[in-house]
Design a protein around this ligand. Structure first.
Ligand code: KG4
Ligand code: ZN
Length: 334
């Protein structure tokens, strides 16, 4: 059993996060400093403000992580950081901090893909069996990824427009919920007895791609037409219809992919993995079809640095290090 300590940094969006991971498995500390309160009043993440806040917090959060871990900077074996995708100004802050530490401590630097992080969050709590399939559902991504073997990814489906979390946030905003709106819509949907049936975007018969902008527009149109008629929109019934459409498409495509690829497990990850309706529906369908389903605990679903440490550890084992002139890659592919 390895016990090297990796300090991981994640600043791709609006969370300043630092974690220390032992042996790629044990979370020694996992600090997430959220900027939600700041961005809430703008109804979404403001990139300029996000990067300035990262600058203000990153050093303090790194020091806090080391203190809470009860270790010394000198005890670390490597420094990991999210290289992309994400907001370039936000990524840069984490990358500069990681490079400085790596240089000062003479440690290897490991640039990590944000989505690989979301996927390998599962590794912190489960054993992965290959080939498996990950359904990545977050505010920035909606992807079906085949993991052929450790660290070998093949994307078979992606969204052609909005990410699923983004669609949640936009619908929520129209119903006057604060950012991020996903949890509010989830709660509303689960509280409703009624459902206004919404369209499902299956796309071509064999496609694993997704599209959520038509669904989002259908919900927004229903809300606006009610408002124009001076009626109160049937918020809960709309939320339920929206959520039912999202879940139906995600679950159906994910399970079709599992069968077609002969996957041994289905992994759910990304912020939308927090969705109660989605978790329940996937749990039921996977149980019915005998497919092992892995979902990380909630804190490891939304953006965090522990997942970056987990993904980085795979590269550490293989000695795959990143040069100190590494750049932020806002559009980095898996
Ligand atoms: O993975 P994440 O923290 O950040 C990105 O990498 O995008 O995901 C954040 C997204 C937001 O769009 C948020 O509204 C959504 O996850 N989300 C939810 C729920 N909790 C968070 N969406 C639906 N239902 C939820 N319970
Ligand atoms: Zn994310």
């Amino acid at each position: 059993i390895s016990n090297e300590l990796i300090l991981a940094i994640e600043t791709s969006c609006d969370e300043t996060a630092v974690a220390v991971i032992r042996g790629g498995k044990e979370i020694v500390t996992n600090i997430i400093s959220s900027q939600i309160e700041t961005h809430e009043r703008y109804g979404g993440v403001v990139p300029e403000i996000a990067s300035r806040q990262h600058v203000e917090s990153i050093t303090l959060i790194m020091e806090q992580a080391i203190r809470e871990a009860g270790i010394n900077f000198r005890d670390l074996s490597a420094i990991a950081v999210t290289q992309g995708p994400g907001l370039v100004g936000s990524l840069l802050v984490g990358i500069v901090a990681a490079k400085s530490l790596a240089m000062a401590l003479d440690l290897p630097l490991i640039g990590t893909h944000h989505i690989a992080g979301h996927i390998y969050a599962n590794q912190l709590v489960h054993e992965l069996v290959y080939p498996c399939i990950a359904l990545v559902a977050s505010g920035g991504h909606t992807e079906l990824v085949v993991l052929e073997s450790e660290g070998v990814f093949r994307i078979i489906g992606r969204t052609r427009d909005d990410a699923v979390g983004e669609a949640y946030d936009k619908v929520a905003r129209t119903l006057n919920f604060p950012y991020p709106g996903g949890p509010h819509i989830d709660k509303l949907a689960q509280s409703s007895e009624e459902e206004i049936v919404m369209p499902r975007a299956w796309l071509d018969a064999n496609s694993y791609d997704f599209s959520f902008s038509g669904l989002k527009s259908a919900v927004l149109a229903a809300i606006n037409s009610a408002k124009m008629k001076g009626e109160t929109p049937r918020q809960a019934a709309l939320a339920r219809g929206f959520q039912a459409s999202v879940i139906d498409v995600l679950v159906t495509k994910a399970l079709r992919a599992v069968r077609a690829e002969g996957a041994k497990q289905l992994l759910l990850c990304g912020g939308v993995a927090a969705n109660g309706g989605l978790r329940a529906a996937l749990t039921d369908r996977c149980a019915a079809e005998g497919v092992p389903l892995l979902i990380p605990p909630l804190v490891l679903c939304t953006d965090n640095a522990a997942m970056i440490g987990a993904a980085a550890h795979l590269k550490y084992k293989r000695g795959e290090f990143t040069s100190l002139d590494m750049k932020a890659e806002p559009g980095l592919s898996l």
